[in-house]
Ligand binder design. Structure first.
Ligand code: PLP
Length: 461
């Protein structure tokens, strides 16, 4: 369970290197904190997923979930790697188009889309709007009529499938805010078919959640959606073009077995999760193939399978480099505290989901990481810490780092590419850090400049 990834994240002469580039040098050159992304790793992650899917089904569409990271420089890499995109707002749709994605490469999700966002999606002619409710279907019907253009739609079904992920990352429960029930979806499918001037009914969508550690929820989800698609075909002869199984494939974040042992089973499972995506898909398709006759088999073969991975593409491709800005001991508790220049303003999940991010001393990567420290961010908020402030043990109380760390030392927050910068805030008047991409050819590309104090005022009137 080491943190090294051969050819990508390694140590050389004791220092952390990303695609052969010295992390300490990067900090010196671009300042702290700093996000560093690897184009090679992004491409490799996409390729691994695509190959796994294609090994079990011939028609596959991988739509990167822009919510995980929507920097234009990252979206361009994704597009150039041949992937498509999933967006969740008018803003992400705008960025996707700006990054050069063609409309037929775009899938639009969202529980609360505005008429303006829906109009933009209809006019652009995107691959599919994933309709969240019967109300939204009415809205789209009205807009399509006015725009004199049918909308490509898929319906988002929320079954009752739980996962072992964090409660906030589960999206397939009837108690969640997402999608429509199976019965509602069936009704909407028939309504949509009756009005071809307004709707081009192309698919079904389901997303069971993020960081899902087990295969069975995917298999169940596919079975359920497949049954709906098959029933529709039998009743009406309408062939859906695609089934969208969403994203959620997990990434292992915890790279230290001693820390893993300290966590409750739920968190240990969550942060060490690995899934063989090809294997999961194979099992899902095998189960689906047992349902129905040869006509069903033909329908299944011709279906395009859509996926919306975010985390599994971008999380481990991003590293957040930070600096120890203050260090103190508390003789009363025996603790040594490291206060960094990066906290939950950049790692929101750490605070709201008690998300684990692994820390490595970038300048002493090969030294034993065995000394226990309390680690915290810079914000004026007692919750801005790298442990579970509520004392419920969902994060380790201490982090293991080399002995004798000092102010000014660089730390690397690993696997920090997903749901970090995308959720970042200016809290406490902290400008957002610079972002550097190590390109495939090993060049350094600044894809977001460090914000200035002036930038803190950019929209104020
Ligand atoms: N699709 C939808 C509808 C989502 O809500 C999300 C995020 O939860 C994703 C895709 C991406 O999930 P992940 O980043 O876990 O792959």
């Amino acid at each position: 369970m080491g943190w090294r990834i051969t050819g990508y994240r390694e140590s050389y002469q004791g220092r952390l290197h990303i695609d052969g580039v010295d992390a300490v040098d990067l900090l010196r050159r671009y300042g702290s904190p700093l996000f560093v992304f690897s184009e090679k790793r992004i491409r490799a992650n996409l390729e691994r997923l695509r190959r796994a899917a294609l090994s079990v089904h011939p028609r596959v569409k991988i739509c990167f979930a822009a919510k995980a990271n929507s920097l234009l420089g990252i979206l361009r890499v994704i597009r150039e790697s041949g992937a498509d995109i999933e967006v969740n707002s008018g803003g992400e749709l705008f960025k996707a188009l700006r990054a050069g994605f063609r409309p037929e490469q775009i899938v639009f999700n969202g529980v609360s889309k505005t008429p303006e966002e829906l109009s933009d999606a209809i006019v652009s002619g995107i691959y599919a709007i994933n309709v969240d409710s019967s109300y939204e279907l009415d809205l789209i019907e009205d807009l399509s009529r006015r725009l004199n253009r049918p909308a490509n739609i898929a319906l988002r079904i929320v079954p009752e499938i739980g996962t072992r992920s964090h409660a906030g990352l589960q999206t397939a429960l009837l108690t969640s805010k997402f999608g429509m029930s199976q019965a509602q979806a069936v009704e909407c499918l028939h309504r949509a078919l009756k009005n071809p001037r307004a709707f081009n009914l192309v698919g079904l969508h389901i997303h069971i959640g993020s960081q899902t550690p087990d295969p069975e929820p995917y298999i169940q989800a596919f079975e359920l959606v497949w049954r709906v698609a098959l029933a529709l075909y039998r009743e009406t002869g309408h062939r859906l073009r695609h089934i969208n199984l969403g994203g959620g494939f997990p990434v292992p974040y915890l790279h230290n077995s001693r820390l893993a042992e300290m966590l409750p089973e739920k968190e240990r499972t969550l942060f060490t999760a690995r899934l063989d995506f090809g294997q999961v898909l194979r099992q899902a398709l095998e189960r689906a193939a047992t349902i129905g006759d040869h006509l069903a088999g033909d329908l299944l073969d011709r279906l395009e399978l859509v996926f919306e991975p975010g985390r599994s593409i971008i999380a481990d491709a991003g590293t957040l480099l930070a600096t120890i800005c203050n260090i103190k001991t508390r003789p009363e508790t025996g603790d040594t505290w490291l206060l960094l220049d990066a906290g939950y303003e950049l790692l929101l999940s750490m605070s709201n989901y008690k998300w684990y991010y692994h820390l490595v001393a970038a300048h002493r990567a090969d030294d034993p990481h065995t000394t226990a420290y309390k680690v915290a961010g810079p914000l004026c908020d007692g919750g801005d810490v790298y442990f579970d402030i509520e004392g419920r043990g969902r994060l380790p109380d201490y982090r293991f780092l080399p002995e004798g760390l000092a102010g000014g030392d660089p730390l690397a927050v690993l696997d920090a590419g997903a749901y970090t910068l995308a959720q970042a805030s200016h809290y406490n008047g902290r400008p957002l850090p610079a972002v550097v991409l190590v390109t495939e050819s090993g060049e350094l590309q600044l894809i977001r400049r460090r914000e200035s104090y002036q930038d803190l005022l950019y929209a104020e009137v």
